[in-house]
Design a protein around this ligand. Structure first.
Ligand SMILES: Nc1ncnc2c1ncn2[C@@H]1O[C@H](COP(=O)(O)OP(=O)(O)OP(=O)(O)O)[C@@H](O)[C@H]1O
Length: 378
């Protein structure tokens, strides 16, 4: 399976780096160094080669390099030479608070593109970070965002649908609050329902594909438990029991009936904007939230590998994987299991850890030592 790979990464005034460059032949790429050295910052820079706010969900203004004691927001940029689906391209992104307000600019081979959605034609970047450790215990909104990223990696139009639905819901909520006319409400609910069904259907389809991928790879399950996935939401329930042609009308009827209730609440109380992704430990038949911390982490690793395989099989090109502080956490057998699974996957993977010995078993790795503001090979 061909794979996408970053060949050169250039950071300009990005977080702890005034400037930095990393060249890699292939991978796996291993970044080690003490706590706070700037390892995650490199993965975060790579995560901006995909749509969204990166793996820390950062505000654009907090990213620009700040010298100690300096105030204000600084411009920053990330550029990467990528061997992608359509050959070699240069993807660039960045933000200049003096010029661009709240959006980051994106370029492909120097030409401006409307958004980072355009990067998806060349590269998919998937990540697993320590911040995701609380995913199963945290609020549903976190799992919904995780779910939408799973979908976006296999369905580039999903981001536009989700954003469109959020906008349409805001219009409906505003109309309800302002006691807007029934005619306007009918029109906006028509739009909400159309987008809601599209969002829910895309999520259900990806979850079904992912479940099939997981079922087909139970061999990895002894090391990383397999996950069972389900979606719980009003429109998903309608899709499960009614013919496809009826779903939009039925959800529109729910919206119409709920108008008084939603007006009182100040928001729309049913729809895919409230859907939750439930994950269970397949062997134990136990909700992930009730599994041990280690089991939850292993479930997340298993899910990441399955998702990467799904992306690869659907796109014909393996994604780039970012694994932040995952390896040090694993026992020796799971570490080896992970390295073997990654080798089978054939994806370029960037891994971080404080301790280089955690990566000793990895063959042919490209190793870098990270110190504050600097990255050195070896
Ligand atoms: N905008 C910024 N300007 C300058 N430095 C920044 C900026 N944002 C974050 N930093 C610095 O980056 C460092 C954190 O880097 P990072 O999270 O990449 O470390 P790490 O090597 O992954 O550490 P750990 O092993 O603890 O996870 C901190 O020292 C932080 O102060």
């Amino acid at each position: 399976m061909p794979h996408a790979a970053i060949r050169k990464l250039t950071l300009t005034a990005f977080r702890s780096y005034p400037s930095a460059q990393v060249r890699v032949e292939d991978g796996p790429v291993v970044l080690t160094g003490p706590n706070g050295a700037g390892k995650t910052n490199i993965l975060e820079a790579l995560s901006f080669l995909s749509p969204g706010r990166g793996l820390r969900r950062a505000q654009l203004g907090e990213i620009g390099h700040r010298a100690p004691g300096a105030a204000g927001e600084a411009p920053w940029a990330v550029s990467a030479l990528v061997e992608g689906a359509l050959g070699e391209v240069r993807l660039g992104t960045g933000h200049d608070p003096a010029q661009e307000g709240g959006v980051r600019r994106c370029r492909i081979d120097g030409e401006p593109v409307p958004s980072a959605n355009a990067f998806l034609d060349h590269l998919k970047v998937l990540w697993l970070t320590p911040e995701m450790d609380g995913l199963f215990l945290g609020p549903p909104g976190d799992r919904r965002r995780y779910l939408d990223r799973l979908v976006l990696a296999v369905d580039g139009a999903h981001g536009t649908r989700v954003n469109g639905l959020e906008r349409a819901l805001r219009s409906r909520n505003r109309l309800l609050e302002e006691n807007g006319s029934a005619r306007f409400l009918d029109a906006v609910e028509h739009e909400v329902a159309e987008l809601a069904v599209a969002v829910a259907a895309a999520r259900l389809e990806t979850v079904a594909r992912l479940a099939a991928e997981i079922a087909g790879h139970r061999d990895d399950a002894s090391l990383f438990p397999f996950a069972e996935l389900a979606l719980d939401g009003a429109v998903e329930r309608l899709i499960a029991v009614h013919p496809a042609l009826e779903v939009e009308d039925r959800y529109r009827a729910i919206l119409r009936d709920n108008r008084p209730r939603d007006r009182a609440a100040g928001r729309t109380l049913e729809g895919p904007h409230l859907t939750d992704l439930s994950v269970s430990h397949g062997e134990k038949q136990l909700p992930a939230a009730r599994c041990s911390t280690g089991e939850q982490k292993s479930l997340l690793i298993g899910l990441t590998l399955s998702h990467a395989r799904l992306v690869a099989s659907m796109q014909g090109l393996s994604p780039v994987l970012l694994l932040d502080d995952v390896v040090a956490y694993l026992d020796a057998a799971r570490r080896t299991g992970l390295f073997e699974a990654l080798a089978r996957l054939g994806a370029q993977v960037w891994m971080t850890g404080a301790d280089p010995s955690a990566f000793a078993a990895l063959e042919r790795a490209e190793r870098f030592t990270v110190a504050p503001g600097a990255i050195a090979r070896g």
